[in-house]
Design a protein around this ligand. Structure first.
Ligand code: PLP
Length: 380
């Protein structure tokens, strides 16, 4: 959709993009300065495969200070974004035929990565009524003798849902009974969280060794282009990821790593500023969505997405008589008629929804929601 939106924009059409998953803020100045300094100091050579020791130490300290979790630097592997971290973990853990449980809706790449590793994705469906969260009973029912891994994000892309401390404790109890299952906890949206404080499932000692935390700098520090992410895991899993990465990408960009140290050293002021803007926009979009007949939404607790239910428009026709059959059709219609780029929920495993990113200015959001309302109102 982003690509199609750009094509329309290149024809001179004013397209508002609510389809991309990145903050619309610039990387904080102090982080950029650290990168410039790194260049001047000639941090331009190959870096250690799992990352510079002082960056890994800064990550260890962050995990202690912000999450009250104890790790040693031998348990941290830095890579080219959380995406590569996820891919590394899946490739090291999954053998052909292994089952990976993924709650839907999920971030698009999860199931594709499992397919690349010749594993089998097993989906647990969730809907807006349960705030898109799974229950321990649903988890238990999805487990088979072939289950090797469970993976989820909290705060979640695409729904913005956040698992509470109690909800995580209940899921951890299930994993306690199944000692062969690993858990990927994707915490990349940790700091963009408006509800209860972020909690990590790695806090439960009985399962901590099997939890792989995936995190990074893209979302919290508006550093999507820098490509900097990491895992915190058991020493064995960290060593396996190090080995794999050593034969694929090697250590990630030296300059980005020096900038990452600065981001963690300087703390969360810039993140909090960004969060304030996101909180305001979240309320704005929520109010505007409530005002569109046929659209059902919840108020997401984290990330910067809404995932409204739009199936009431299926079966309706546009001005040319074309029938809207599914979420992809609706997203295409909104782009062509409303000139707003969104993403159909089918990309995230739930066809009855669309994803809207509110990483855009207040004015753009107001105008985008006006256009969406108008375009949906024309369907008959
Ligand atoms: N995990 C989730 C849930 C995401 O939404 C994204 C990016 O959109 C990533 C991981 C990847 O982040 P990175 O830019 O660090 O590779």
């Amino acid at each position: 959709m982003t690509k199609l939106g750009r094509e329309l924009a290149s024809q001179g059409i004013n397209v508002i993009s609510l389809s991309v998953g990145e903050p619309d803020f610039n990387t904080p100045e102090h982080v950029k300065e650290a990168a410039k300094k790194a260049l001047d100091e000639n941090f331009t050579r190959y870096s250690p495969v799992p990352g510079y020791p002082d960056l890994r130490q800064a990550i260890v300290e962050k995990l202690k200070k912000e999450n009250n979790l104890d790790y040693d630097i031998s348990q941290i592997v830095v890579s080219t974004g959380a995406k590569q971290s996820l891919s590394n973990v899946i490739l090291t853990l999954i053998n052909p035929g292994d089952e990976v449980i993924i709650p839907t809706p999920y971030w698009v790449s999860y199931s594709e990565m499992v397919t690349l590793a010749e594993g089998k994705s097993v989906f647990i469906n969730t809907e807006i009524e349960s705030d898109f969260k799974i229950t321990p009973a649903q988890l238990e029912a999805a487990i088979t003798p072939n289950t090797k891994l469970f993976m989820f994000s909290s705060p979640c892309n695409p729904t913005g849902s956040v698992y509470s401390q109690d909800e995580l404790a209940a899921l951890a109890k299930v994993f306690e009974k199944h000692p062969n299952i690993f858990i990927i906890s994707d915490e990349i949206y940790e700091h963009i969280n408006f509800g209860t404080a972020h909690a990590s499932i790695a806090q439960f000692d009985a399962i901590k060794d099997r939890v792989i935390i995936v995190n990074g700098f893209s979302k919290a520090f508006a550093m999507t282009g820098w490509r900097l992410g990491y895992i915190a895991a058991s020493k064995e899993i960290a060593a396996a990821n190090d080995k794999l990465q050593g034969q694929t990408t090697s250590g990630t960009c030296s300059i980005a790593q020096r900038a990452g140290i600065m981001a963690y050293e300087q703390g969360l002021d810039s993140v909090n500023e960004m969060k304030e803007a996101f909180a305001r926009r979240r309320q704005l979009v929520y109010d505007l969505l409530q005002d569109i007949p046929g659209v059902k939404t919840n108020l997401p607790e984290g990330a910067f997405y809404f995932f409204p239910e739009i199936s009431s428009f299926f079966g309706k026709k546009d001005a040319n008589g074309n029938v809207i059959k599914d979420s992809a059709d609706l997203a295409l219609y909104l782009l062509n008629v409303g000139h707003v780029a969104t993403v159909g929920g089918d990309s995230f495993g739930n066809n009855n929804y669309i994803r809207l990113s509110y990483a855009a200015s207040d004015d753009s959001l107001r105008e985008a929601l006006r256009r969406i309302k108008e375009a949906l109102g024309k369907l008959v």
